[in-house]
Design a protein around this ligand. Structure first.
Ligand code: SF4
Length: 326
């Protein structure tokens, strides 16, 4: 047995025994030779199955406020800084959202995430969103999650009172890369909202986007930063360059690099949901089959914030085909 395989096995044993791996181990795992990536993926898959069984968390999104965001995140087609031609709309009525949430539930989604493209909700918009959540709770009965940008402690408390299960707020990229990606707010602003969410007792979903031109070292940095937050869910997007944004010509990541990312995060966070998010269908030729056997145990189905995706039926069939359950 060579040293790399021995190291992967030692790390895996440390995860199984509850000791876990260090950030240095994570870096070393990430940097294994290409020929050992399948071994890393296999070990990550064993951790996933041991801690989480065969279950795949399937979620649908509803972009309840689209485009014209005041922030300048350079990957984002919804920033008002870039001319992307993406449609713009404001908050829909609660009735419209309830219909979509019902459909998501009927299609088998376990959770329904309300996402809004703004820096933070105004008081008026926040009240409207709260009303939408109440209506979904009363009329649908699906786990409601939210991604509404920066929150005050009072707003986070209100969401908790409304039984919102989980709040999403991504780090986007590593701390050392962040200022190249966004200048209208800071990485620490994002950390502050994550802390507010935790303090309110909401479950935490956080993650980022890979393929922004960050180095591998910065991907490792992001993985370790996410692990330090110990979120209930990690959501990893793979960049789909949006015409009109500064990253429109960004080159795709190698598939093995994506597998490394998901596998190492699984070693770091054995119990969390690790979700393949935007870019799954575009960047991966197999819609995520391999990643669901390399550490990931969640997907978003039926499209994303500004682009379409697989129909839920196709995704559920894929999950079944690889012997997993939704
Ligand atoms: S990522 Fe979020 S905060 Fe940044 S521009 Fe897009 S919608 Fe706005």
């Amino acid at each position: 047995m060579n040293n790399v395989l021995e190291f992967i096995r030692e790390c895996q044993e440390n995860v199984f025994s509850g000791i876990g791996i260090t950030s240095q181990d994570a870096e070393k795992l990430f940097n294994i030779p290409d020929e050992n990536v399948p071994d890393l993926a296999k070990a990550a898959n064993q951790i996933t199955r041991d801690f989480n069984g065969k279950k795949v968390d399937v979620e649908q999104l509803n972009n309840i406020k689209k485009n014209a965001c005041s922030e300048d995140c350079s990957f984002c087609g919804q920033s008002a800084f870039f001319d992307t031609g993406i449609e713009t709309y404001q908050l829909p009525s609660a009735e419209e959202v309830v219909i979509k949430a019902k459909k998501a539930k009927d299609e088998g989604a376990e959770s329904y995430c309300l996402v809004a493209a703004w820096r933070e909700p105004s008081t008026r918009d926040f009240d409207k969103v709260c009303n939408i959540i109440k209506e979904i709770n009363d009329k649908v009965g699906i786990n409601v999650e939210c991604s509404l940008g920066f929150l005050t402690p009072e707003q986070a408390k209100k969401l908790k009172e409304l039984n919102v299960k989980r709040y999403n707020h991504n780090l986007e990229t590593s701390k050392s890369k962040f200022s190249e990606i966004c200048t209208t707010h800071t990485y620490d602003d994002r950390l502050k909202t994550l802390q507010i969410v935790r303090n309110a007792g909401l479950e935490l979903c956080t993650g980022g986007i890979i393929g922004l031109g960050e180095t591998r070292k910065q991907r490792i940095e992001l993985a370790n930063e996410l692990a330090a937050l110990y979120p209930e869910e990690v959501t990893i997007n793979i960049l789909v360059p949006v015409p009109g944004t500064p990253l429109e010509l960004q080159v795709k990541l190698e598939n093995s690099e994506i597998v490394r990312m998901f596998s190492v995060i699984r070693f770091l966070l054995p119990e969390s949901v690790i979700k393949i998010s935007g870019g799954r269908e575009t960047n991966l030729t197999d819609s995520g089959e391999q990643l669901l056997q390399s550490g990931a145990n969640g997907i978003i189905t039926s499209g994303y914030l500004t682009m379409g995706g697989n129909e839920s039926e196709k995704d559920f069939n894929m999950i079944k085909k690889i012997g997993l359950e939704a």
